[in-house]
Design a protein around this ligand. Structure first.
Ligand SMILES: *Cc1c(COP(=O)(O)O)cnc(C)c1O
Length: 451
């Protein structure tokens, strides 16, 4: 009898989707439809990868935020943070819902104007406003949120030249008990710079201080930080009233509310630990109401929340290009989207679902993108069902910052589709092509021919 040849034993960990004391596992359940539209059909019609945005989710999320604030406080105004997602279709959903525009560059400012937002409903934030930008903002009667003294002095000079007045606020930074402190933008509260700047503004009759602004950070995991920030802005407003007899028209608490994404390194799922919109609203509104303003002199509350209003509405659909084994035996799955499209994968562990029924066996794997670049890792280690070439996936909660911070590196950016309220998909941004790129290139005459 021939000797049986030796085979090295292998131990393979199999995780099946069995019941446990918490019930059945649900995170690998396939997601086959978005707002009733088939994922397979979306990919067939619009390509892989492609972004999908749910208009219904935007409106529902926005209305819930407005409800949380307006049921607690009489004067509330939201302003959509353009940099979070400045696709016109997205901005206009927010504008139709009643949101103003919050912009941080002249590019965004002009985008808001072209979307039909009235100049006086645009809040102009950010550290980089040129003389021309300021003139444009003054002429449109926009709210200029001054970031630093050099901007203040430039504005005073500009107003002298054009003989106009400006409605301004200052951005205030402060210690809210969350570190590292965001102190690079605006004027500090604790060291007195914010108050000194307010006094400088009152020394210039061509400047009208109408508001006070802060944006204390992003993905804030404690609503209490907003109570602290609100009371510091209220303190400045009350002092303005005592010294100058002027009512500050609005307090702008900025953005920074967390979305339900899970931060890398977090033990618990984002959705289980973030404050609710009601928690943030309670912290802010009760602080203003308790502070001591006369009821008919309450400032309007402005909010510029970005990611919390749009993350849930965005999906990225993609496909598996290939599977391979790394030298240490780990499974690697190569997707047709990477950090070029999913900038937020640098700090979030996005939830990823298969788009079709798939094996109930799972394995820890590395998820790579398509770039020929070592840092293109969507996930160092993720437990997923055994995806194969051609399988499709849905990445959840990608509505914030990906469609503005994406990068064009060796690949063109894909289509973005919005599913309307009636379930109709609309292309809201076309995919880029070689022509898109070549439009901006210029070839000197002596380099036109290579033969
Ligand atoms: C980015 C930004 C926002 C929105 O921040 P989120 O963390 O997405 O809510 C609001 N205001 C200002 C000034 C910003 O720079």
């Amino acid at each position: 009898m021939a000797k049986i040849s030796y085979e090295r034993p292998v131990i393979t960990k199999l995780n099946t989707g069995t019941m446990n004391k918490f019930g059945t596992r649900t995170e690998f359940a396939p997601v086959t439809h978005i707002d009733g539209v088939s994922v397979k059909k979306l990919i067939a019609d619009y390509g892989s990868p492609c972004f999908v945005i749910s208009e219904r989710t935007i409106r529902n999320t926005y209305r819930n935020a407005v409800r949380a604030f307006k049921t607690r406080y009489p004067k509330v105004q939201f302003a959509w943070s353009y940099k979070t997602n400045y696709l016109n279709a997205v901005c206009n959903v927010f504008h139709q819902e009643g949101s103003w525009a919050e912009v941080v560059s002249i590019f965004e400012y002009e985008k808001a104007l072209r979307n039909g937002v009235a100049g006086e409903k645009i809040i102009f934030n950010g550290p980089d406003k040129s003389e021309e930008d300021l003139i444009k903002a003054v002429e449109n009667n926009s709210l200029i949120h001054i970031d630093h003294s050099d901007e203040l002095y430039m504005l005073v000079e500009v107003l002298g030249k054009i003989k106009k007045k400006a409605r301004v606020a200052i951005r205030v930074n402060m210690d809210t008990g969350v570190y590292p402190m965001w102190d690079r933008f605006g004027f500090n509260y604790e060291n007195g710079t914010a108050w000194a700047t307010i006094n400088k503004i009152f020394a210039h009759p061509e400047l009208e201080l109408v508001g006070l602004h802060c944006h204390i950070g992003t993905y804030m995991l404690t609503a209490h930080a907003y109570s602290v920030a609100t009371s510091k802005l209220c303190d400045l407003a009350i002092n303005v009233k005592y010294r100058y007899g002027k009512n500050i028209e609005y307090l702008d608490l900025g953005g920074g509310f967390a979305s339900a994404n899970t931060l890398k390194g977090s033990y618990l799922q984002g959705g289980d630990i973030i404050p609710t919109m009601d928690d943030y609203a309670e912290a802010i509104t009760s602080t203003i109401l308790n502070y001591g303003f006369k009821m008919d002199e309450l400032p309007t509350l402005f909010l510029e929340t970005g990611r919390a209003l749009i993350d849930d509405a965005g999906y990225l659909l993609g496909s598996v290009i290939a599977i391979k084994r790394l030298s240490d035996g780990r499974r690697a799955t190569i997707m047709d989207f990477g950090v070029n499209l999913l900038f937020t994968s640098f700090w979030y562990n996005h939830r990823i679902s298969p788009a079709q029924e798939i094996s109930s066996q799972t394995e820890d794997m590395v998820l790579y993108g398509p770039l020929c670049m070592n840092i293109d890792v969507v996930r160092e280690s993720i437990n997923l069902p055994l995806l194969n070439k051609g399988d499709q996936v849905v990445v959840h909660r990608v509505g914030a910052y990906n469609m503005t911070q994406w990068m064009q590196f060796i690949q063109m950016r894909p289509r973005i589709v919005m599913i309307g309220m009636d379930g109709t998909p609309h292309v809201i941004r076309e995919k880029e092509s070689l022509d898109t790129m070549l439009r901006y290139e210029r070839l000197p005459e002596h380099l036109e021919k290579i033969g």
